[in-house]
Design a protein around this ligand. Structure first.
Ligand SMILES: NC(=O)c1ccc[n+]([C@@H]2O[C@H](COP(=O)([O-])OP(=O)(O)OC[C@H]3O[C@@H](n4cnc5c(N)ncnc54)[C@H](OP(=O)(O)O)[C@@H]3O)[C@@H](O)[C@H]2O)c1
Length: 315
């Protein structure tokens, strides 16, 4: 391990499985001391044990577990205190914890059909010949409870953890934040023109209040049964809105902290629990782009949203 001055420290949220666990593995293999954070202590400790057992290049002190539920403000304060006391600073924050905001009834391959239909719209630059109807005998359901959890975790969780850790990141000579977003946040998939206008704003008029006004209106329309009437996305609605908000927040804080590298990234379509293990990439492949952004040199790009391949081809 390097000395305290050259050693770098990273926190990865939602790291007990999936892409988060792989991000921990790849960062630790590159000599970074990683705080593997999980909302559930047992799952987190077991994940750490697994990592140490499977990866010969990672030793005991390279990965530290800490409990962190990103929707629980008290647990965010505790993890920030822990890092301050144990390491004195933080160099890399990976906001990876996330939920999908949907449930599947019946054949789960309907999830893949919807995901691919969205990716086809992106590939066709927004052109959508006809409304999409899945062929499989499954149903994708989006409840108000799921939508609230999705926005609370994906957007407010990211913001809560970031705000708590910025003072520790400011002590680093290469402070870096990676927000794990999704291709589904592409604004081509957002039919609500007002939301699209807010989220696409590149100038200083974009702020957290405006982002949260969109989230508030979406929530209100969900409660009032006006999602269709007000042109919110016809599928993955809360997930898309939450990750669009994450991308906008990324630009806002990148502007506010010009000495930081702060970016968001779609890891690709990865076989993890969030997508019923139906993706195209392994967890290790999904971790590659977030890890590349986590290790950007000082002065690297900031305030951008990367698709996997774009992030991988940086430098
Ligand atoms: N897989 C894909 O194709 C794909 C594509 C685009 C973007 N992403 C994004 O990649 C990130 C990682 O997802 P994944 O694919 O690795 O899915 P995953 O295997 O389901 O992992 C999600 C992780 O987030 C954690 N989490 C959820 N709510 C949390 C909370 N309140 N506090 C702390 N941790 C919480 C989960 O913990 P529990 O185990 O306790 O539930 C789990 O560790 C997410 O942000 C997701 O949106 C994934």
């Amino acid at each position: 391990m390097a000395d305290t001055f050259t050693q770098r420290y990273a926190l990865v949220t939602g790291a007990n499985k999936g892409i988060g666990l792989e991000i921990c593995r790849q960062l630790a293999s590159k000599g970074i001391v990683v705080i593997l954070a999980s909302r559930d202590e047992k799952r987190g400790l077991e994940a750490r044990e697994r990592l140490l057992k499977e990866s010969r290049s990672i030793s005991d002190g390279d990965v530290v577990f800490h409990q962190l539920d990103v929707v629980d403000p008290a647990s965010v304060v505790v993890v920030a205190d822990f890092i301050k006391t144990k390491f004195g600073r933080l160099d890399i924050l990976v906001n990876n914890a996330g939920v999908g905001g949907v449930e599947i009834e019946g054949d789960i391959s309907v999830f893949q059909e919807y995901a691919e239909a969205n990716l086809n719209i992106i590939a066709a630059k927004g052109a959508q010949a006809h409304p999409f109807h899945p062929k499989t005998n499954g149903k994708m359901i989006e409840t108000l409870k799921d939508a609230k959890e999705c926005i609370e975790t994906n957007y407010y969780g990211t913001k809560r953890v970031t705000e708590a850790l910025i003072p520790l990141l400011q002590k680093s000579d290469s402070p870096t934040i990676v927000n794990v977003s999704s291709a589904l946040s592409t604004l081509l998939l957002q039919p609500n023109e007002w939301a699209k206008g807010v989220f696409s704003s590149e100038d200083s008029s974009l702020n957290e209040e405006k982002v949260e006004e969109v989230l508030h209106e979406f929530h209100k329309d969900f409660i009032d049964g006006k999602l269709q009437q007000n042109n919110w996305p016809p599928n993955f609605a809360a997930y898309k809105v939450s990750k669009e908000a994450v991308n906008a927040y990324t630009r806002i804080i990148a502007r506010k902290y010009p000495s930081f590298c702060i970016n968001s990234v779609c890891p690709g379509f990865v076989r993890t629990d969030i997508c019923y293990s139906l993706g195209q990439l392994s967890e290790a492949e999904g971790a590659e782009a977030p890890v590349k952004l986590a290790l950007l040199p000082r002065g690297g790009p900031s305030g951008s949203f990367f698709f996997r391949e774009e992030a991988l081809s940086l430098y």
